[in-house]
Design a protein around this ligand. Structure first.
Ligand SMILES: C[S@@+](CC[C@H](N)C(=O)[O-])C[C@H]1O[C@@H](n2cnc3c(N)ncnc32)[C@H](O)[C@@H]1O
Length: 209
């Protein structure tokens, strides 16, 4: 077991624990790995208070946004899905057997390294073997230069497919200026690489104070 992945984003662990509470497919396996094999590499929230033990409006909120995006993706065929800031979400695994789909998970550098290992562990442990259509990209979506990494990946493996950008639980952490930057980066991506691209997100709500 290597120990040099660095600490990863706290909020992504929080969301993963919420999904386990709702029994979302693969969420249990993912949390088991986080709490055992990858325990040393992951920084959890210092205190969850009552949020995981009692009825909390956070849990259905996380579940609702997860399934809403899945529902929007369901009818789409022959696509390259790019999940920006995928965190510890297991969504990509649902597309493993879809031969018409390429799924690209992006995250900040430390987290994407550990996420790739976790996803590959789940595939192996659960014998989900299929032609591997999931890719992992280290990316800060606020950095325009890094956005080209998505475009380059699309040119390499996605040509002929529709580009679909998704994200959940991201925009609410951005300032107004960062949101503008993010929007402009997506616009740049579509204009330069995929003019018929789709952008699907549930990130229109505010963080509850
Ligand atoms: C609340 S988590 C949500 C993760 C995942 N989408 C989910 O629903 O479980 C927010 C994620 O945004 C990621 N992220 C990516 N780019 C970021 C940036 N520029 N600033 C802050 N967080 C960023 C963090 O690493 C973190 O995993």
């Amino acid at each position: 077991m290597q120990k040099n992945y660095g600490k990863i984003s706290l909020t992504s662990v929080f969301c993963a624990r919420m999904r386990k509470k709702q029994g979302i497919p693969f969420s249990r396996e993912l949390i088991e790995l986080i709490d055992t094999k990858y325990k040393e590499n992951i920084e959890d929230l210092p205190d969850y208070g009552k949020s995981l033990n009692e009825v909390s409006d956070f849990i259905p909120f996380i579940e609702g946004r997860y399934y809403s995006i899945n529902k929007a993706l369901e009818p789409l065929k022959n696509v390259m899905i790019i999940e920006i800031a995928a965190g510890l979400s297991p969504r990509s695994l649902n597309f493993l057997k879809r031969e018409d789909v390429i799924y690209v998970e992006t995250e900040l550098p430390e987290l994407i390294k550990i996420k790739e290992k976790i996803i590959k562990d789940i595939i192996k442990n659960k014998k989900l073997m299929a032609k591997m259509n999931i890719r992992f990209l280290s990316l800060n979506p606020l950095n325009k230069k890094e956005i080209d990494k998505i475009g380059e990946t699309y040119k390499k493996v996605g040509t002929g497919k529709r580009m679909v950008i998704i994200h959940e639980g991201l925009l609410m952490y951005f300032t107004r200026e960062e949101k503008r930057k993010f929007r402009d980066n997506i616009k740049y991506l579509f204009e330069n690489y995929a003019k018929d691209g789709l952008w699907i997100t549930t990130d229109l709500s505010r963080l509850k104070k």
